[in-house]
Design a protein around this ligand. Structure first.
Ligand SMILES: Nc1ncnc2c1ncn2[C@@H]1O[C@H](COP(=O)(O)OP(=O)(O)O)[C@@H](O)[C@H]1O
Ligand SMILES: [Mg+2]
Length: 451
């Protein structure tokens, strides 16, 4: 807990009313003294349904759940005992098609000036974590976390396709989690006990890629002093992850296609055909479809790889993940020796939300670590964040365009394109840069034919 001289109390109301967590305070007999807007919404009562008494929640069987949770916590008689110990329990709320998992936390607190006791109840929607857990078979240590609906769909899709032998093509900007997803596919496949071999096609000089992938025989080129197996051979029985596949030279694309179709290849400098059993997962941060149109990527290879194309969205299009992953990295850094008490200030969270994250999750992880190093009194403020992150908002917040009034269509189009470029394609951000709202931007883009 962090508190300066300024008293927190006057703002509690405002803060609690904005939380996504439901908060409710009731007298011990059940009469409700306060709840915020999130509470009825989370309980499926509609957002403007006031709760006057805990009895109204009977259909949730709260009482029973509470008893069971206390019993499991070894405190069966604690329900009436006034203590500060909190009880946690989960509840699956089913309403027609809609299934949500709620986490409850409740405790009994004494009112100021000993005016009696109240029950405090807090509720949080943990459906996203539950869905992930169900798909991944339990929380993954150091693994993937997400709160983003599109990412959850990807994870579910992966669970379906992982056990098949199909090739998978992962596309998305650098740092969005493609490598992590590739490992997840392998881990959930029938090949999980076999090797997962990763090759970054962009990191190997063009002249060496063929030998790297397929191996070579002694004397096949200068420097080939020995026979060497390639990555395909090493991955035999397992999975080969070809990262940055868009960088693979055209002549090797043909050779790759042949292995994918026939499971056969020759080492560099050899005419002996070898067979392998390898599943290929490929990733690219450029749009391969465009590369096909431009002639730098073979169409037949593209279709062979893209049996299951998956597009991983950039972090700026996953607002819920900015928060979720920030927390994740805060917790993870504790293993690296940072204090577990370090918290993000609300201001810093806002700055993180507003930044377009060109480096995606990799950049966010670095920013959080930077924040932890520069935290003041265990709080990460905007000042603790890397300069490019904290300064972004200042420059984005100053509308560049006071224009609009007399600007010609051509000028407006240029301005919008420019703003979109600065905002890395995020319309919300571009609108802010232009000092107009999102729907105005959208209408203007339609009218001017801006893509
Ligand atoms: N959803 C996620 N949850 C937790 N960590 C993530 C997630 N997505 C990415 N990361 C982490 O962010 C970093 C970048 O991800 P990576 O898979 O290497 O991206 P890419 O391969 O697309 O460049 C890695 O350290 C990875 O573990
Ligand atoms: Mg990668």
């Amino acid at each position: 807990m962090y508190q300066t001289e300024t008293c927190f109390e006057p703002f509690v109301d405002a803060i609690v009313s904005q939380l996504d967590i439901g908060v409710l305070i009731a007298e011990m007999k059940g009469r409700v003294l306060y709840h915020n807007a999130a509470m009825p919404r989370l309980l499926g009562l509609g957002s403007d349904h006031p709760i006057a008494n805990l009895k109204e929640l009977n259909r949730l069987k709260l009482q029973k759940l509470l008893y069971r949770a206390l019993f499991e916590a070894g405190e069966p008689d604690a329900i009436s005992r006034k203590s500060k110990s909190w009880v946690h329990f989960e509840h699956k709320l089913v309403e027609g098609e809609d299934v949500r998992y709620l986490q409850f936390k409740t405790g009994v607190l004494e009112m100021p000036q000993k005016k009696g006791w109240v029950r405090l109840l807090m509720v949080q929607d943990i459906s996203a974590d539950k869905r992930l857990e169900a798909v991944l078979g339990g929380p993954q240590p150091g693994g993937l976390v997400t709160n983003d609906p599109a990412m959850l769909e990807i994870v579910e899709r992966i669970a379906q396709l992982a056990p098949t032998e199909a090739s998978v093509l992962l596309q998305g900007e650098s740092g969005t989690g493609k490598s992590l997803l590739a490992r997840l596919i392998h881990a959930q496949s029938r090949r999980a006990g076999q090797p997962l071999v990763e090759v970054n096609c962009a990191a190997i000089p063009e002249t060496l890629i063929e030998s790297e992938l397929f191996g070579h025989v002694k004397g096949s080129f200068t420097g080939a002093v020995d026979d060497r197996p390639g990555r395909f051979e090493t991955a035999d029985g397992g999975t080969l992850f070809l990262d940055e596949i868009g960088e693979l030279p055209l002549n090797l694309q043909a050779k790759l296609l042949k292995v994918l179709q026939e499971g056969r290849f020759e080492k560099v400098g050899s005419d002996v055909t070898q067979t392998v059993d390898v599943r290929v997962i490929a990733a690219s941060n450029k749009n391969l479809r465009d590369a096909v149109d431009e002639g730098s990527f073979r169409a037949d290879l593209y279709y062979r790889l893209a049996v299951f194309p998956i597009y991983v969205p950039p972090l700026r299009e996953r607002p819920a993940d900015i928060d979720r992953l920030s927390q994740h990295f805060l917790e993870r850094m504790v293993d690296r020796g940072y204090s577990s008490r370090i918290q993000l200030s609300n201001e810093a969270r806002k700055v993180l939300m507003d930044y377009p994250w060109p480096g995606n999750i990799r950049e966010l992880a670095n920013a959080i670590e930077h924040g932890m190093i520069c935290a003041q009194d265990e709080v990460i403020t905007p000042d603790s964040l890397p300069p490019e992150v904290r300064e972004y908002r200042q420059c984005a917040a100053q509308p560049v365009a006071k224009t609009v009034v007399a600007a010609s269509d051509e000028e407006q189009r240029r301005e919008i394109e420019d703003a979109l470029k600065r905002a890395q394609g995020s319309r919300a951000m571009a609108a802010r840069i232009l000092g107009i709202d999102r729907s105005t931007l959208w209408r203007r883009m339609q009218r001017l034919g801006v893509q």
